[in-house]
Design a protein around this ligand. Structure first.
Ligand code: SF4
Length: 379
C-alpha cells in the first residue's frame, strides 16, 4: 500500500548508479535474528578466475558501448542517445544494460555486493581489486560490505593492502553497541570486535560507514541499546553513521521471538526517543549521520557532529512536540510515501486526515495497525 500523492517529495528509486559486482555469494554468517536477506542461501567464495572473468566481461562491454558511441557520432561519450539505443535493443543482456547505465551516470563508483567480501583470502581479494582497477577505466571509488568479526581478524597490514589495491569504503552492520542485544540477535560480533574492526578500517585509510538499527533493543533493552551504541560509536568515530530502523520481517527468528513474547518492539515514538538518547550521548565524534531510508521516520535527521548535534535534537523534538493526532498523521504520511519531514505535514494534513478516516472505515482496523502495515513494506 502506498499513497499516490501527485508531486509528493518521494520519487521512485532509480537504477543503481554504481557498478555492482560480487566477489562472494550471500552471507557467510547468515544467522542474525532480524535478517531476511540470504536466508537459506548457501554462502560461497567466488574463485579468482570467476571474478576476473566478470571483470573482463565488464571491460568488453565498456569497449563495445564506447565503439557504439563513436559510430553514432557521440565521440565515445555515453549520451542519452547512446543509452536509449542500448536500452531499446532487446538483444542486450541485463549485465550489458547495467554497465551502460553505469557509464551514462559517469560517477565511476563500484559496489561489491553481498555481506562480507573481505572474508576472501586477503591475497585473492587484493588481486581481484587490483585487476578491477587495471581493467575497468574510470573507477572513482570501490565500496564493500564487511563484517566486524572478519575485519577485526585481519591485521592492519592486510587492511592497508586492501586500501592500496583500491578498496576505498567499507560499510559495516554495527546494528547495536550492546553485547546483550548483539547476543540476543545472534549478530556474530561483540561490541569489542565492532570497535576493533572500525578503528582498524579507519587506520588503514578507508572511509567507514556504520549501520545502526534503532529499535533493535526492543522494549526490554532500548536504553542499553541507545547508550552502548553511543559508547561504541564514540570509540570508533566513523565517517558515517547510517540509520536503518528495525522492522521485523516475517519468518525470521526475531519474528518468532515476537510471537512468543520474548521480544517486544518499540512504538515509533519510542524509537524516536531512543535515537534522541543515543544522539544526546554522542559527545566527541565527527561523524556524519544519515537517515536515508524509508524505514526511518525522520528522513531529514542528517548532519555532522559536533556542529549539527543541536539541529538533530531539534528535528527530533519538533516531531515529539506534535499533537497526538498530528504524530499519527505524520507516521501515516511518512510510511505512505508522502512525507520526508515534519515540515511537509501542513501541506498534506487535510488529505492525510481524509485518508485516515477512509482507511479506518474500509478496514475496521485501528490506525496503529494500519500504520504498522504501511511501515512493514520497507524491509
Ligand atoms: S551479517 Fe548481515 S547479511 Fe549476514 S545475516 Fe547478519 S545482517 Fe544478514
Amino acid at each position: 500500500m502506498r499513497f499516490d500523492f501527485e508531486q509528493g517529495p518521494i520519487r521512485p528509486p532509480s537504477e543503481s548508479r554504481s557498478l555492482l559486482l560480487r566477489f562472494t555469494r550471500n552471507c557467510p554468517w547468515n544467522r542474525c535474528a532480524f535478517c531476511p536477506v540470504y536466508k537459506g542461501q548457501a554462502f560461497s567464495r567466488r574463485s579468482l578466475a570467476e571474478i576476473k572473468a566478470d571483470i573482463d566481461t565488464v571491460r568488453a562491454i565498456v569497449d563495445d558501448v564506447k565503439a557504439l558511441s563513436w559510430s553514432m557520432g557521440e565521440g565515445g561519450a555515453v549520451s542519452e542517445a547512446v543509452l536509449q539505443r542500448i536500452l531499446t535493443d532487446s538483444t542486450k543482456s541485463g549485465t550489458y544494460r547495467h554497465v551502460a547505465v553505469w557509464l551514462y551516470h559517469g560517477d565511476g563508483t563500484v559496489f561489491l555486493q553481498d555481506a562480507n567480501n573481505p572474508v576472501l583470502r586477503t591475497k585473492d581479494f587484493v588481486e581481484a581489486l587490483r585487476y578491477l582497477k587495471e581493467r575497468v577505466p574510470g573507477i572513482t571509488r570501490v565500496t564493500s560490505y564487511g563484517r566486524s568479526a572478519t575485519l577485526a581478524r585481519k591485521s592492519l597490514e592486510e587492511l592497508r593492502e586492501m586500501r592500496e589495491a583500491g578498496l576505498d569504503r567499507v560499510h559495516i552492520g554495527l546494528e547495536s553497541g550492546s553485547d546483550t542485544v548483539l547476543k540476543f540477535m545472534d549478530k556474530g560480533a561483540t561490541a569489542a570486535q565492532h570497535i576493533e574492526a572500525g578503528i582498524k578500517v579507519k587506520e588503514a585509510g578507508m572511509t567507514l560507514s556504520e549501520y545502526v538499527m534503532p529499535g533493535l533493543g526492543g522494549a526490554q533493552w532500548s536504553r542499553e541499546h541507545a547508550l552502548e551504541t553511543a559508547r561504541v560509536l564514540e570509540a570508533i568515530d566513523p565517517h558515517f553513521i547510517r540509520l536503518r530502523t528495525l522492522r521485523v520481517p516475517p519468518n525470521t527468528p526475531l519474528w518468532e521471538h515476537l510471537q512468543s513474547g520474548a521480544f517486544q518492539t518499540l512504538s515509533d515514538d519510542d524509537v524516536v526517543r531512543e535515537i534522541r538518547l543515543m544522539i544526546e550521548n554522542l559527545h566527541s565524534l565527527h561523524s556524519t549521520l544519515t537517515s536515508d531510508h524509508m524505514r526511518n521516520l525522520l528522513e531529514n535527521l542528517e548532519g555532522t557532529f559536533p556542529h549539527d548535534k543541536p539541529k538533530l535534537l531539534d528535528i527530533i523534538d519538533q516531531y515529539l512536540a506534535l499533537s497526538d493526532d498530528d504524530r499519527i498523521l505524520y507516521r501515516l504520511g511518512r510510511y505512505g510515501g508522502a512525507l520526508r519531514c515534519v515540515d511537509d505535514l501542513p501541506a498534506y494534513r487535510p488529505r492525510l486526515a481524509r485518508a485516515r478516516r477512509e482507511l479506518e472505515q474500509e478496514t475496521g482496523k485501528p490506525i496503529d495497525a494500519l500504520i504498522d502495515e504501511l511501515g512493514g513494506q520497507y524491509l
